[in-house]
Design a protein around this ligand. Structure first.
Ligand SMILES: [Cu+2]
Length: 149
């Protein structure tokens, strides 16, 4: 009986070390207009843990520089601003979507074709690092409905 208890403790300890408490859905990046070397990525990130987590950084196989950005209106103009980290509260989902929060990928030196997939990771403080693939989608957006300014 003593042995069984020890075994269970060991098992749960090892699971704890390797757990990633984040999940990613609907990840995609946009094709670039000719001459451009940067693009934006979108996805939703869910925190499956009981702790609040902060997303700290992103990496991508196609870009040496990945940043979290948000759009904001300033003096009647739409501007982008770098954000150092993104809070995902316990049990919550944060959406990176066009016009709001997004991921910027800089210095891309290859052509992005629709349907390509790109390996990416997002690291957090308490929820581990999640790896996922992002599909390349066309730059041309579907008409946005339900947007009010
Ligand atoms: Cu941006």
């Amino acid at each position: 009986m003593q042995k069984l208890t020890t075994l269970i403790l060991l098992l749960s300890a090892s699971v704890g070390v390797h757990a990633v408490d984040l999940s990613v859905n609907s990840a995609y990046i946009r094709t670039m207009p000719p001459g451009q070397t940067m693009t934006a990525g979108f996805l939703s990130v869910t925190n499956n843990s009981l702790n609040h987590c902060r997303l700290l950084s992103g990496t991508s196989a196609i870009s040496p520089r990945v940043e979290f950005h948000e759009h904001q209106h300033a003096q009647g103009m739409m501007q982008m601003r770098k954000v150092d980290s993104v809070l995902v509260a316990a049990g919550q989902t944060v959406a990176f979507s066009p016009g709001t929060l997004h991921i910027m990928l800089f210095d891309i030196d290859k052509t992005l074709n629709v349907g390509d997939t790109t390996q990416m990771e997002i690291a957090s403080d308490q929820c581990g690092t999640i790896s996922f693939t992002a599909e390349t989608r066309s730059l041309i957006q579907k008409p946005m409905t339900g947007m009010h300014h």
